[in-house]
Design a protein around this ligand. Structure first.
Ligand code: NAD
Length: 418
């Protein structure tokens, strides 16, 4: 297995926080390694009559503050180290957002774009059956992530109902509304990213109405982030996905682009042709002269190789781990603040928490209620991180990790008499 820059970055940020907080070694002993790691080989009968196997993972990093919580990703690049890093990120994210969960992540190494709906259903249900003993509303609650959605969550509910699992609906979040999903969950991560971006811009003395933004990734997170920024008056001048990017100096019609993507069979911006827009590459997008750069696609996009080319005034990490440890150092040295993933994209898990609460109480909150509660959680988290960063004179990432590690350490101290 090669170097995993994401895992190195997450571990370094956590370790830095333990040092800054002056915590004793017992905390490291407890948190250096995930509590549980599961690897499964998932057999799927393919449409062509062959039997194929896929490697599936679930890493449960910490349950110190509550049940494990984290998404499931379907992607060719999924491996144990990536899932391990993403699981640890979830522990810190839930602690920053101050919701009563630990952290976990799951994934299956597969190319969902090359699979039929029936094959994906079989893969998901078999994965869910194999993970059955370690999933549940009081144990571990998965959610959607890259290339998974409310349909995939519904298949998991169905698989769990067939095993007789109790509270099957409350054992995953990000479900469709008709199966116990929460209003606002679809929009939540992007809405949270936009809210954090607007708040931090204002704290830094910038008026969002005079700001420009570039958003890399136009999936569940990127498209809603762009939409809400646009609605708040930020001029979104560039968007992109795996098929490439679009630039328009007068701003992009985000609703139009979202409409196009939702109707396009590939679900991509490819072929979206509107006058006034020019095609750019993802690399060009990352180097645009904008106020806010929002990587909302995959990890490892800002690296040692391109961080010196970033011309944005601020980076807001909508994706998990889009900035490598080295790139983070370069951006900090260059005076470009980076709003870390564990703060910026916490809106998704916050509304997942609301969904789980509604399921456990048999309740259905209104959209406005969900959004008001989300805004209040994101505002509190922003203020907490901003305050620590000012008090300690450190980056927002260092501040967010200090806040998170300290909250986990405090709970651990009570539970284990440390
Ligand atoms: P998604 O699958 O809905 O969208 C991913 C988008 O990124 C797509 O537009 C895809 O075309 C694009 N993309 C993929 N590889 C790319 C590349 N190399 N260059 C440019 N674009 C590329 O996934 P998502 O749920 O929007 O997740 C995006 C990121 O946000 C991931 O890092 C994920 O872990 C993180 N995240 C997601 C949620 C959530 O609620 N879905 C919550 C928190 C964090």
């Amino acid at each position: 297995m090669g170097r995993n820059l994401l895992l190195e970055g997450v571990n370094a940020a956590y370790s830095d926080a333990v040092d800054r907080l002056g915590l004793d070694d017992n905390i490291r002993v407890l948190l250096d390694n995930p509590e549980r790691e599961i690897m499964v080989t998932v057999p799927v009968a393919m449409d062509d009559g062959t039997l194929k196997t896929f490697r599936g993972y679930r890493v449960q990093h910490s349950s110190v503050r509550g049940p494990y919580k984290g998404g499931i990703r379907f992607d060719v690049n999924v491996d144990l180290e990536e899932v391990r890093a993403l699981a640890a990120l979830m522990t810190w994210k839930c602690a920053v957002a101050d919701i009563p969960y630990g952290g976990a992540k799951g994934g299956v190494a597969c190319d969902p774009t090359g699979m039929s709906k029936r094959e994906l259903e079989a893969l998901t249900k078999q994965y869910a059956r194999m993970m059955e003993p370690v999933i549940g509303p009081q144990i571990d609650i998965p959610a959607p992530d890259v290339n998974t959605n409310d349909q995939v969550m519904s298949w998991i509910v169905d698989a769990r109902l067939h095993t007789g699992a109790l509270w099957a609906r409350a054992s995953v979040t990000g479900k469709p509304i008709s199966l116990g999903g929460s209003l606002g969950r679809r929009e939540a991560t992007g809405r949270g990213v936009a809210s954090v971006a607007l708040q931090i811009l204002r704290k830094a003395g910038m008026d969002p109405a005079n700001c420009t933004a570039a958003v890399q990734g136009f999936g569940k997170v990127g498209s809603w982030t762009a939409q809400y920024l646009h609605e708040a008056g930020v001029k979104v001048v560039a968007i992109s996905d795996i098929s490439g990017g679009l630039f328009g100096k007068d701003g992009i019609d985000i609703s139009g682009a979202r409409e196009y993507v939702s109707r396009s069979p590939s679900g991509l911006l490819e072929g979206y042709d509107v006058s006034g827009l020019q095609r750019i590459t993802n690399e060009q997008l990352l180097a645009l002269d904008v106020d806010v750069l929002i990587p909302a696609a995959m990890e490892g996009q800002l690296t040692e190789a391109n961080a010196n080319g970033v011309r944005a005034r601020m980076v807001v990490e909508a994706a998990n781990g889009p900035t490598t440890f080295e790139a983070d150092r370069i951006l900090n040295e260059r005076g470009i603040p980076v709003v870390p993933d564990i703060l910026a994209n916490a809106g998704g898990v916050v509304v997942s928490y609301f969904e789980w609460m509604q399921n456990l109480h048999g309740a259905q909150w209104s959209f406005d209620d969900v959004m008001t509660k989300l805004e209040s959680k994101m505002t509190k988290a922003c203020n907490d991180v901003w305050t620590v960063s000012k008090e300690e004179g450190c980056s927002m990432r260092a501040a967010a990790y200090m806040l998170a590690v300290n909250r986990v350490a405090q709970a651990a101290a009570y539970r284990f008499s440390l």
